[in-house]
Design a protein around this ligand. Structure first.
Ligand code: FE2
Length: 194
């Protein structure tokens, strides 16, 4: 018997078809997360070169690889968190779905609780910490539940597939400094901050 695996091309075609119907965000998450679960059920869906940290540049212990960019805005990237890697709280300003391909990753979610009256400052409250395992999905809901911190507490790389409703390059996003309360605006020139 031949087992037909679910490929990246099939996933992006199914996602484009889903988006084409202009579904509401909940429908995208319901149907899209089922598709992403299928995709990340097999670690080998990505070639080896997309499952390793970059090993050079400004973040040698990190890897981001663009897998797909559609005219609809849909973008899919492979993201590799190297051993011990940490990325502080940040937002995304578009919907997102993250599927864990191997190993484990700790995601810490925060809620912004200030009244936004003080420019350049924010108060974040710890919401929850989750250790994600292969095949699991975590959702980013704009304005509601999308500020997270990522930590790889293990001694080997963790690989994820990130799916966003828009091209992160060019979106005005924010990093949050937990100690000072400062909000730092940024734009990703590349897929170097997911
Ligand atoms: Fe992120």
């Amino acid at each position: 018997m031949t087992i037909v695996k679910y490929s990246l091309d099939q996933f992006t075609a199914d996602m484009e078809s889903l988006i084409k119907g202009n579904p509401d965000q909940q429908k995208i998450f319901d149907s899209g997360s089922s598709l992403l679960e299928r995709l990340v059920s097999d670690e080998n869906v990505l070639p080896t070169e997309y499952r390793l940290p970059a090993a050079n540049g400004s973040r040698p212990n990190h890897g981001t690889y663009l897998l797909y960019q559609g005219e609809s805005g849909l973008s899919v990237t492979a993201v590799v968190w190297g051993p011990g890697e940490h990325l502080g709280p940040h937002d995304h300003i578009t919907w997102g779905m993250i599927g864990i391909l191997n190993n484990t990753l700790t995601e810490t979610r925060y809620q912004r609780v200030d009244d936004r009256s003080k420019d350049g400052f924010a108060t974040l409250e710890l919401d929850r910490e989750t250790n994600f395992k292969p095949g699991e999905i975590t959702l980013l809901v704009p304005d509601t539940d999308e500020i997270h911190q990522m930590d790889n507490h293990t001694d080997r790389p963790t690989v994820e597939i990130h799916v966003y409703g828009d091209d992160l390059r060019g979106i005005d996003r924010h990093r949050y400094d937990l100690e000072s309360g400062k909000v730092i605006g940024f734009r990703s020139g590349r897929y170097d901050n997911c």
